[in-house]
Design a protein around this ligand. Structure first.
Ligand SMILES: Cc1cc2nc3c(=O)[nH]c(=O)nc-3n(C[C@H](O)[C@H](O)[C@H](O)COP(=O)(O)OP(=O)(O)OC[C@H]3O[C@@H](n4cnc5c(N)ncnc54)[C@H](O)[C@@H]3O)c2cc1C
Length: 288
């Protein structure tokens, strides 16, 4: 499974940014637009472009973080966890050049995560730092279908919706795509951009206690897939992502190299927990 502990700085760079506006786009999603002085140097590669967000602790107005260049990760880890900036991974939903700003869609979840909480309360002028790409062709873009791909399979939850939107707007006109998106509420459906010939299935989770946790897996199992060579991209809750990948590789016979899968979050674990596991070397690449 792809991991995202600490991107090297080059071709990434630190930017101080501020909230320009905040818009509640649906029950589960708030879109925050960021501006900043040096945003002319930010170059999103589109698609599923990831970046790191550094948030202030609840008792701070600005994140406590020192840009130490390539040594930033060791310096950040050496700081007091109660004082240092909270680091989280997000996706650039859209970058614009006139005016220079970019959007991030935050999935709001009720588990008290600092990023979700920050986004819920964000107001124009709030400040934070980001580690974001300075060149378009950068290692923070995972969606890279090889030549010879006949059709695209995409699946994810609200956290992956920004990446799915970015991927659909990047695909060439006429590209065949089958897409499954799991959402918490009917109004979390979004109009999705793109010229691709995309067949999009929205799956609204049943929040009832004891309800099935992986409705998207059921939907995929029941689906008839097109002929030809696929390239699959899967993101969302780590357990669901693994189950989906296993289904595609074992039951559908899709070449494992053609399945890009990333756990965007894990039930019961904060991003600090995941980083600690990865740093300690205890997280194993999924051997299937
Ligand atoms: C490459 C990458 C790109 C990402 N892009 C986006 C993006 O564009 N938009 C976005 O919203 N998220 C995105 N995520 C996911 C986001 O980083 C996680 O959801 C993160 O854990 C949120 O941080 P937090 O501080 O709110 O919660 P944490 O402090 O990390 O976690 C607190 C608790 O909340 C739970 N939790 C975390 N996320 C969710 C969730 N979505 N639903 C239910 N429970 C949850 C955890 O299991 C934990 O129990 C991305 C992740 C990666 C790795």
């Amino acid at each position: 499974m792809t991991t995202t502990v600490a991107p090297a700085t080059a071709p990434f760079r630190f930017f101080d940014v501020h909230v320009v506006r905040s818009q509640r786009v649906s029950t589960s999603v708030v879109r925050i637009t960021f501006g900043g002085e040096r945003l002319a140097e930010l170059a999103s590669g589109g698609r599923d472009q990831r970046f790191k967000l550094f948030l202030p602790q609840p008792h701070q107005d600005i994140p406590v973080f020192h840009d130490t260049g390539d040594g930033w990760y060791a310096a950040w880890r050496a700081q007091d966890p109660a004082e240092r900036a909270v680091m989280r991974s997000y996706t650039i939903r859209e970058q614009r050049h006139e005016p220079r700003e970019f959007d991030v869609d935050f999935a709001l979840h009720g588990d008290g995560g600092p990023a979700s909480r920050w986004a819920f309360r964000a107001r124009p002028g709030d400040r934070l730092s980001v580690l974001a790409p300075a060149v378009e062709d950068n290692g923070g873009v995972d969606f890279r279908p090889p030549h010879g791909t006949d059709w695209i399979l995409l699946t994810g939850d609200e956290t992956a919706l920004p990446a799915i939107a970015g991927i659909l707007s990047w695909l060439s006109p006429g590209t065949r795509a089958k897409v499954w998106i799991e959402i918490g509420h009917e109004d979390d459906r979004q109009p999705l951009p793109g010229f691709a010939d995309a067949d999009i299935t929205w799956i609204v989770r049943d929040g009832a206690p004891g309800a099935r946790q992986e409705p998207v897996l059921d939907a995929l199992r029941a689906a008839e897939l097109p002929e030809g060579t696929p390239y699959a991209w899967i993101a969302g809750e780590a357990g669901t992502v693994k189950a989906l990948r296993r289904h595609l590789v074992r039951e559908r016979g899709i070449d494992r190299r053609a399945v890009k899968f990333t756990g965007y979050w894990r039930r019961g674990a904060t991003e600090e927990d995941l980083i600690a596991e990865l740093t300690a070397g205890t997280a194993q690449a999924d051997e299937d």
